[in-house]
Design a binder for this molecule. Structure first.
Ligand code: ATP
Length: 229
């Protein structure tokens, strides 16, 4: 489904992504681990077309997308949950969800199954996004990304600053989505959460992928030590 080959990216003279290759597959959670500042967010933004790449290819179902706009990539089936959630604080929960449907017709309803995944959102439909807790905002950001029905969901550190009970709920939803056939690319620093969900893992250090393999090997390979602060 998603195939990234030999990606390089620079901010000015700084070489930020160095020959990064990875893939994400339907029905699997691919976890990207790395400490602060190794280039995870830059990689995800490159995938979404939010920052330009210098060289390399990004393909969705075999079709190159690296020349496409973020909007076109969303339409092609990629949902993005950005770091820091980027909820519209002055819009209601329902309006935030509708933003996820912006490229559909105005009468397209918010899919009801989103409220089954995140029941709290149904109770808070009229509440302003800015009045939600961090965990509720994170759930809203995930639901907004899911609203148009993506085939690949890309999440940038969804556990950052979130209370443990909501982290558990988010983990359950991610597993459920993958079991339903969605491809998931999850960028994380929280090792235990990542290990529990990973079907495949990659570790980045200074812009390079330094380790990769099946999720069940993470413990034996000592991956925790690679990302410990
Ligand atoms: N707009 C920018 N201009 C210049 N340098 C940047 C810019 N954004 C990020 N960087 C640098 O690029 C490197 C990678 O940053 P990035 O945010 O991708 O890392 P990260 O692994 O996602 O870290 P974090 O977990 O803190 O988000 C860092 O050294 C950062 O300082």
């Amino acid at each position: 489904m998603l195939s990234v080959q030999n990606l390089h990216q620079y901010y000015g003279g700084s070489h930020i992504l160095r020959d990064v290759s990875l893939s994400a597959t339907p029905g699997k959670v691919t976890v990207l681990l790395g400490r602060n500042g190794v280039g995870k967010t830059t990689l995800l933004k490159s995938l979404m077309g939010l920052v330009p790449i210098k060289s390399g290819t990004i393909a969705l179902d075999g079709q190159p997308i690296e020349g496409r706009t973020p909007y076109e990539r969303a339409r092609a089936g990629i949902g993005f949950v950005p770091q820091g959630r980027e909820i519209f604080g002055r819009l209601t929960v329902e309006e935030n969800l509708r933003m996820g449907l912006a490229y559909r017709s105005a009468s397209t309803p918010v899919p009801a199954h989103l409220y089954e995944l995140f029941p709290v959102l149904k109770q808070m439909l009229g509440r302003r996004g800015g009045d939600l807790s961090g965990g509720q905002q994170q759930q809203l950001a995930i639901a907004r990304a899911l609203a148009p029905g993506p085939r690949l969901l890309v999440l940038d550190e969804p556990t950052e600053g979130i209370q443990p009970s909501i982290i558990k709920d988010i983990g359950r939803v991610i597993r459920q989505l993958a079991d339903g056939g969605m491809a998931i690319l999850l960028c994380e620093q929280y090792y235990d959460f990542a290990e529990e969900l990973a079907d495949e893992y990659l570790v980045m250090e200074r812009g390079e992928v330094i380790a990769r393999g099946p999720g069940h090997e993470m413990q034996a390979k000592g991956i925790r030590q690679l990302v410990a602060i």
